[in-house]
Ligand binder design. Structure first.
Ligand code: TYM
Length: 336
C-alpha cells in the first residue's frame, strides 16, 4: 500500500493587540471565528505585543495586559494542545522577517494605509517609524507561517491586501516562497460599531466608556450600556439604511443567537426599542458567560499560563524559522 504523508490542513493565523480588554467588536469580528476555525484548521493565534508599542505604553501595564490577553485567548477555548497560542515578542523571527519585508515594501503603498493616517492624527506627537512600518510586521506575522486564511474584522482588510502585494512581489523576484493568504471576514460582525456613535467602529481605545462593551464587563454593566445605546426615533426594529444604531444591535443579536435579520424583525414586531435593547443585552451576557468563567479560572493559574506561553513560543518559533531560513537563503545571505 502506498504510504502517503497526511495532507496538511489549511493553516489559519491571526493576532490581537493587548492594548486593552477586547471589545465585543473584537469578539464578533475575530475571536469568535478563531474559536470556530480552531476545530477544523491548523491554527496559530497570538498576542501582538510588538505592534502595541507603536503607541507609547507604560512597561508594567504592557506586561500585565499582554499576559491577560494571552489568558483570554486560552479562555476563548483555543486549546493549547490543538492550536499554537503564542506571544509575538517571544518569537524573534517576526522582527527579523519584518525587516526583510520592509525592503520589499514601497514607501508609497505603506503611506496609503488608512490606519496609519488615522493613528498619526490621533498621536500627532509620536508619529514614529514603527507606526509607519506596522503593516510590514503584520505581513511578517502572516507570511512566516505560510497561513492560508486570516480571520479578521473589516478594518484589517487593507493590511491584508498589502501583505498579499508584498508576498506577490517577493515570490515574483525570488520564486515561490510565501503562501498567498486570504482574509476570512465573517458575513456578520466584521464591523461592530460604537453604541454611542453607530457610524464609527467600536474601539478598545474609545474614551467614552458607554461606547464599547468589553468582553469582561459584568452583566449589570453590559445591560446598562445596551439600555443607553443610541438608536433612532422610528421605534421599529428593522434593518434598513440610515438606522445605524438598530442595525448594529440587530447584528450583535444575530451574532449571539444565529437568527437572521428577518427572524429578529418578526420576533420584535410591535415591540419597542426598550424591550429589544434588553434582549440584546441578555443575549450578550449569555454569549460571554463561558469566556468570563474560563478567564477567571485561567488568570488565577499563573503557572499554567506561563507553561502555555513557553510551549507556544517554542512551537511557533520552530515553524517560523523554516520560512525565515528559506527567505534569507533566497535573498542571498551567507548561511553557516
Ligand atoms: P486589533 O487588536 O485592533 O483587533 C483584533 C481583531 O479584532 C477586529 N476588530 C473588529 N471587528 C469587528 N468590529 C470591530 N469594531 C472591531 N474592532 C477590531 C480586528 O479587525 C482584528 O481582526 N493589526 C491587528 C493585529 C495583528 C494581526 C496580525 C491580525 C497583528 N498581526 C496578523 C491578523 C494577522 C490589530 O491591530 O488588531
Amino acid at each position: 500500500m502506498e504510504n502517503k504523508a497526511p495532507e496538511r490542513k489549511p493553516r489559519v493565523l491571526s493576532l490581537i493587540q493587548p492594548t486593552a480588554v477586547p471589545t465585543i467588536g473584537n469578539y464578533f469580528g475575530a475571536l469568535k471565528n478563531w474559536k470556530a476555525m480552531s476545530e477544523d484548521y491548523d491554527c496559530l493565534f497570538g498576542v501582538a505585543d510588538l505592534h502595541a508599542i507603536t503607541v507609547r505604553q507604560e512597561p508594567a501595564m504592557l506586561r500585565k495586559q499582554s499576559t491577560e490577553m494571552f489568558a483570554l485567548l486560552l479562555a476563548n477555548g483555543l486549546a493549547p494542545e490543538k492550536s499554537i497560542v503564542f506571544m509575538q515578542s517571544h518569537v524573534p523571527q517576526h522582527s527579523q522577517l519584518a525587516w526583510l519585508l520592509n525592503c520589499y515594501t514601497q514607501f508609497g503603498e505603506a503611506s496609503r494605509m488608512t490606519q496609519f493616517k488615522d493613528k498619526s492624527q490621533k498621536h500627532a506627537d509620536n508619529i514614529n517609524v514603527g507606526l509607519f512600518s506596522y503593516p510590514t510586521l503584520m505581513a511578517a506575522d502572516i507570511l512566516l507561517y505560510q497561513a492560508n486564511f486570516v480571520p479578521i474584522g473589516a478594518d484589517q482588510k487593507q493590511h491584508l491586501e498589502l501583505t498579499r502585494n508584498i508576498a506577490d512581489r517577493f515570490n515574483g523576484i525570488h520564486g515561490n516562497t510565501f503562501t498567498m493568504p486570504e482574509p476570512f471576514i465573517g458575513k456578520k460582525g466584521a464591523k461592530i460599531t460604537s453604541l454611542q456613535d453607530p457610524t464609527s467602529k467600536m474601539s478598545k481605545s474609545d474614551p467614552n466608556p458607554k461606547a464599547s462593551v468589553s468582553v469582561l464587563d459584568e452583566p449589570n454593566v453590559i445591560m446598562k450600556k445596551f439600555k443607553s445605546a443610541v438608536t433612532d426615533s422610528e421605534a421599529c426594529v428593522r434593518y434598513a439604511d440610515g438606522k445605524d444604531g438598530i442595525n448594529n444591535l440587530m447584528t450583535i443579536y444575530s451574532c449571539c443567537t444565529g437568527k437572521s435579520y428577518e427572524e429578529i424583525e418578526n420576533e420584535f414586531a410591535g415591540k419597542g426599542y426598550g424591550d429589544f435593547k434588553v434582549s440584546v443585552g441578555e443575549a450578550v451576557v449569555e454569549e460571554l458567560r463561558p469566556l468570563q468563567e474560563n478567564y477567571k479560572r485561567i488568570i488565577a493559574d499563573t503557572a499554567y499560563v506561563n507553561e502555555c506561553m513557553a510551549k507556544g513560543a517554542e512551537r511557533a518559533s520552530r515553524l517560523a524559522q523554516r520560512t525565515l531560513d528559506k527567505c534569507m537563503k533566497k535573498i542571498g545571505f551567507k548561511q553557516i
